[in-house]
Write a protein that binds this ligand. Sequence first.
Ligand code: PBG
Length: 327
Amino acid sequence: MAFPTDRPRRLRVNSAVRRLVEETKLAPSELVLPMFVKEGLTEPRPLSAMPGVVQHSRESLRKAAAEAVRAGVGGIMLFGVPTSKDPEGSGGLDPNGILNVAIRDVISEVGDATVVMGDLCLDEFTSHGHCGVLDEAGQVDNDATLESYAKMAVAQAEAGAHMVGPSGMMDGQVGVVRQSLDAEGYQDVGVLAYAVKYASAFYGPFREAVESSLEGDRRTYQQDPANFREALREVALDVEEGADIVMVKPALTNLDVIAAVRAAVTIPVAAYQISGEYAMVEAAAANGWVDRERALMETLTSIRRAGAQIILTYWATEAAALLRSRY
Ligand code: PBG
């Protein structure tokens, strides 16, 4: 009988050894919490498809932001849900629009203790639910949309955002946002670029969270999940246009893309663990089919291992606390 001479199991014999040789470690500072705030709410409102996630009132947003900071999260990404929408999505550009008001609220609550970011997209504010303005034929007008993004970026910077996150997948969005921020004196406001964003079925629960009015889909601007090389093209453009961080989204279905992007760039790489990824684990856990904590930490570890240095996740506050108790 030929007994093995090399025994990998020796490094798994107990938790102390396993901890010593663990290759991938997560830190709370690498987690970013996406948060929703709805205009006019007096109490937070739970989301049925995302158990544990709420639409915040302005008041509850401040509290939850402070709690996230205490847990040590690296950043907060804010999404606003307005009470009224129009075809131009003008609420996103309005300094008194809910998102800009919320940025101001959170900055006054947490200051520079974490990185406060605003979602830079029109879809929460447009009556048709698209990420941009439409032309006469009803198609998303790329360049007219860029003009709105340029103004929206400045409005968010004026509200105090440390970073903006252009997520609409318009061609040239990072370039115009960078230029308009610089022109208004906001050289230090960063751009977290949604560089690779696939048209995904897993955004489903998010549509409830922002009360999206979208009919149809976003396939003329978001990417086909079948494409890989195109992702690298999008990343190269965003880097050239001045992105400070590039992001891949969704995370778990695109680990190969995350790894390739990490190899291709020298700036930080982020990944967004989206609403549907969250909902799948929560739903399975609620049925007793998976161990919730282990499952959520496993997804985060896999995304980190693939090469995402920063992870946007709805579990950020909880995961940060779990990590602190672990290490
Ligand atoms: C667009 C935006 C979306 C998400 C983040 N930014 C929705 C979309 O592109 O349809 C989805 C996030 C998630 O599903 O958790 N503003």
